[in-house]
Design a protein around this ligand. Structure first.
Ligand SMILES: *Cc1c(COP(=O)(O)O)cnc(C)c1O
Length: 347
């Protein structure tokens, strides 16, 4: 089998760079469970600061950040308002139901983003013993199934108003928060100010091998620690991993703009090919979807034909593919992907 060289499957496919590996090798470490790992403590402080929150905690994955946050915010039987396409609904193994015991009130937003009016309509009022209690609103910045769409700050703020008005907590899945920052003139702090709790993923576009950091008020983070221990997510010499995170925050944030530029080149190239349905104007960040139905090929067939060329996308439906750019794919790589796709679909 040919090795995949141009891996547009996901930004999770990034591998730690030489510089990152060196930072990991040199990390000062201690026992994280007892608060003795200086590098993890430094990373927590750095992320809390970037997001304007009182405290933060390093966790093994973004999924664990979401699941623990929901468990801390909600009691069983309470309801979470989220877009129908949200990662917490479709890609976390039913965790909100299995772990926190919550109901989800799924909202049909646009490109993974719902309006304040939709949020308002989803809140169960007036509270009575028949309704599940509305408790939490979740937003995903950027929206994954929405095609890397960025919630505008004003839209986030209007959702916050709805949450505050009804006494709900607000949580941000910030798996790609820094992509949203790179694509807008808004800081991570201004976006995170719209919610009580937020997290960033280190293992996506930031290029780390493992980890995510969840931030929020001090008392929330105290409770997160309880769940982290309970779920087996408390670590030992995690400074090795946290060092990668600190390195990424230093070196891999500003360069996300390159991934966005490459995604645009890729999208424009693909959109010009026959039978590919894609509007490049909707590409805001490093991730987009396109449909190959009109080429007569399925998504799986496209990937089969790409594989011998060392290229792959992610097949998300019978004829739907997802492309994600990241720091291990350069401009020459996306141009090559367009060329090979042209050979496959006859462009
Ligand atoms: C990848 C992803 C997650 C989960 O993060 P992991 O670190 O892979 O567990 C959560 N939300 C969104 C939007 C994602 O894309």
């Amino acid at each position: 089998m040919t090795a995949i060289r141009i891996d547009l499957f996901s930004d999770t496919k990034t591998r730690p760079s030489a510089g990152m590996r060196q930072a990991m090798a040199e990390a000062e470490v201690g026992d994280e469970q007892s608060g003795e790992d200086p590098t993890t403590l430094a990373l927590n402080e750095r992320v809390a600061d970037l997001l304007g929150k009182e405290a933060a905690v390093f966790l093994p994955s973004g999924t664990m950040c979401n699941e623990i946050a929901i468990a801390v915010h909600c009691r069983p039987g309470e309801e979470v308002i989220a877009d129908r396409t949200a990662h917490i609904i479709g890609f976390e193994g039913g965790g909100p139901a299995a772990i926190a015991g919550v109901m989800i009130n799924a909202v049909d937003g646009r490109r993974g983003m719902f309006s304040a009016e939709q949020a308002e309509a989803a809140v169960r009022t007036p509270a009575n013993r028949y309704f599940p209690r509305s408790k939490l609103i979740c937003v995903e910045q950027t929206s994954n199934l929405g095609g890397g769409a960025v919630w505008p700050l004003t839209q986030l703020q209007s959702i916050t108003e709805v949450g505050r008005k009804h006494g709900l907590a607000l949580h941000m899945d910030g798996a790609r928060l820094f992509n949203a920052v790179a694509a807008s003139n808004v800081t991570a702090k201004d976006m995170a100010d719209c919610v009580d709790t937020a997290w960033i993923d280190l293992s996506k576009g930031l290029g780390c091998p493992v980890g995510a950091v969840l931030a929020g008020p001090r008392d929330f983070i105290d409770e997160v620690w309880w769940w982290k221990q309970r779920m087996g997510g408390a670590l030992r010499q995690s400074g090795i991993l946290a060092a990668a995170g600190l390195y990424a925050l230093e070196h891999n944030v500003a360069r996300l703009a390159d991934d966005h530029a490459n995604a645009r080149i890729l999208a424009e190239g693909l959109a010009a090919l026959p039978g590919i349905a894609l509007d490049p104007a909707t590409v805001e960040t490093n991730l987009f979807y396109f449909d190959v139905a009109e080429t007569g090929l399925t998504a799986a067939q496209v990937n089969e034909k790409l594989a011998p060329n060392g290229i792959r996308f992610s097949a998300m439906g019978p004829t739907l593919l997802r492309a994600v750019t990241h720091l291990d794919v350069d401009e020459a790589g996306v141009r090559e992907a367009v060329k090979v796709m042209g050979d496959i679909v006859g462009g």
